[in-house]
Write a protein that binds this ligand. Structure first.
Ligand code: FEO
Length: 402
């Protein structure tokens, strides 16, 4: 693929993964990119590497700009294998003068690659390294999303190289946010935040505040996945993504309910339809999310700004259906806050599913506004009336919080 000069003497030299469809449980329907950047100055610097099986793409792209052996420093902003898998090969090839990383990055590299002999240079927040005309200032972002994570800021270019933050899983030959379909871009940026960063929202808020406090002038954000945000054209830009991260970190919601359910013989599905319909008739947006046909990571994308999560499951083997259990476990890990939660479902004889879901919702600090609705086997007319009443109650609670 074509390399791109994103700023004078700053180049994208990464790799495009068109085929990846599963990123440890996150469905990457549009593939992804592993972005590496190269700065050519008195010192030549490579920022992050790529997944191991894309090593040759990286070397090829670097070679179009410089002889790889001329690279002086490798900055490791993040040690997760999608950015460091090819690091040992690149270190062998480049023989860098320095491998620059955060204190936790140093530990993580030792634990991954067991190479005490590499020329590590440990930097902390606020440290600056001169490259000649340009310089790099580092900002540690511990636990965003790994302990080692840090940002690299190039003040002379007003460029923030942000590792995973502000990324999207989007394979494209275009390199900038204003060059791709806006709906695709914003959807993938939302999905990325919901599935990777949502649980870290308080830390995201702190980093945004830190960036504001430091008065960093930013006219380009170059993440390690997807396209680069820049300020120069109409279309999504740096302020677009900073504004969205601000909104998401504050956990702002819209008047929207998700009905997330699975069904065995359509009884729970019928209840879902009746509850969802009743919520919608009260003027609240509803999304029906059947777990049999929606991937957990796509449902999470909708969870990000939803005000109410309404869960349905029949009882199977004294518990919920497996897909409901899977989604609840996934959701719990991503620590949703400030949601209204309700459970419903059909049952045959024991009927524990609704109680178990409700206990899960309470454990996630959701506002459980109803003990849950259970229907024996197939809903009768009076059961549909109860479903509609429940839907109305959910809509009323959503509107009361608006
Ligand atoms: Fe893209 Fe946390 O790695």
């Amino acid at each position: 693929m074509a390399i791109t000069e994103i700023k004078e003497n700053v180049y994208w030299v990464g790799a495009i993964d068109w085929d990846i469809r599963d990123f440890h449980g996150y469905s990457t329907k549009k593939g992804t990119t592993y972005n590496s950047y190269l700065i050519k100055d008195e010192k030549t610097v490579l920022f992050d590497t790529v997944k191991s099986n894309f090593k040759d793409d990286l070397i090829y792209h670097i070679s179009e700009i410089v002889n790889p052996e001329d690279i002086d420093y490798i900055v490791v902003n993040h040690v997760e294998m999608d950015h460091s898998g090819s690091l040992p090969d690149i270190v062998d090839l480049v023989k860098p003068e320095k491998i620059i990383c955060s204190p936790m990055g140093h530990k993580a590299m030792l634990d991954h690659f067991h190479r005490e002999d590499w020329p590590y240079e440990i930097v902390k927040s606020g440290d600056t390294i001169s490259l000649g005309k340009k310089s790099i200032t580092f900002l540690e972002t511990r636990m965003l999303h790994w302990p080692d994570s840090m940002l690299s800021y190039i003040p002379e270019d007003k460029l923030l190289i942000s590792n995973d933050a502000f990324g999207q899983h989007l394979a494209t030959t275009e390199r900038f946010a204003d060059e791709v379909d806006e709906c695709d871009l914003l959807h993938e940026a939302t999905k990325y935040y919901a599935n990777i960063l949502m649980l870290l929202s308080p830390l995201v808020g702190k980093v945004l505040a830190q960036v504001a406090e430091l008065k960093l002038e930013i006219d380009m954000i170059a993440p390690d996945h997807g396209v680069i945000w820049r300020n120069n054209l109409s279309g999504p830009d740096v302020n677009t993504i900073l504004g969205l991260y601000d909104r998401w970190s504050k956990r702002e919601t819209v008047n929207k309910a998700l009905v997330i359910y699975d069904s065995m013989w359509k009884s729970t599905a019928k209840m879902a339809k009746a509850i969802g319909g009743a919520i919608s008739r009260e003027g609240v947006t509803v999304k029906m999310m059947n777990l049999a046909v929606n991937h957990r990571s796509d449902i999470m994308t909708e969870v990000l700004e939803a005000k109410a999560l309404v869960f349905g499951s029949p009882t199977l083997n004294n518990g919920t259906l497996p897909r409901v259990a899977d989604f609840l476990a996934y959701l719990k890990g991503l620590k949703p806050k400030g949601k209204i939660g309700v459970a419903f479902g059909s049952f045959g004889w024991s009927g524990e599913a609704v109680k178990q879901i409700t206990a899960n919702l309470e454990a996630m600090d959701m506002e459980v506004i109803d003990p849950g609705l259970r229907v024996k086997f197939v809903p009768r007319e009076e059961d549909f009336t109860k479903c509609k009443e429940l839907g109305k109650k959910i809509a009323t609670a959503i509107k009361a919080e608006a």
